[in-house]
Design a protein around this ligand. Sequence first.
Ligand code: SAH
Length: 223
Amino acid sequence: MESLIADMQQEGRVRSGRVADAMRRIDRKHFVPPGTPDHMTYTDAPLPIGLSQTISAPHMHASCLDLLEPWLRPGATVLDVGSGSGYLTAVMGELVGESGRVAGVEKHRELTEHSTRNVTAAAPHLLKSGRISLQAGNALDDSFLQGLGGPFDAIHVGAAAERLPKALVQQLKRGGRMVIPVGPQGDYQVLQVVDKNPDGGVRIEDLMYVRYVPLTRPAEAGQ
Ligand code: SAH
């Protein structure tokens, strides 16, 4: 774990010391399938977590955390869409401190159950205190989304949308930031940083090509 983080710091993926510390506190071994050998757990690659989904590669976690870091301050409210293994939700929980809140939402109930078990093994205080929640539901389902306690200071989306979803932009506070992969399914997408200005306007920056599993609408929820 330590050498993986040190490598990412050297490559410039993790610039923030706060992010490196939080990643050190949440050991990836609790978020990969049981029996995964160490050399795979700590390799910089995504790994399958069941139901055709993956835990993202450490460098993607690191890049997204670094982009959101100034918004993940103590007391912040955060939404993690497609929480999957629960890894990133937990790290963001560490970053927002005791007075912060992170809502992790995942369309597959079974993965929500796995992620609850994973976080309980890695950092039980995050769930016990209610600092993070891991909920089964589809983030593109309006009534579910509106019940999550937004708007949020920061939104991370861990699955690729074909187009930037307006409903998620609406859940961003003025002055808030969202990181989301946008582009066609099964191809490369662009990681976008979406900043909502204090006047409510939105500024979008394209950062880099990425490859994520699709963000599905409620009607295609089984995919
Ligand atoms: N950050 C997670 C990424 C998991 S992969 C991790 O590293 O473990 C992305 C997840 O998004 C998948 O588990 C998938 O089931 C979920 N997902 C896709 N579309 C969704 C939607 N509309 N609402 C909620 N979750 C969704």
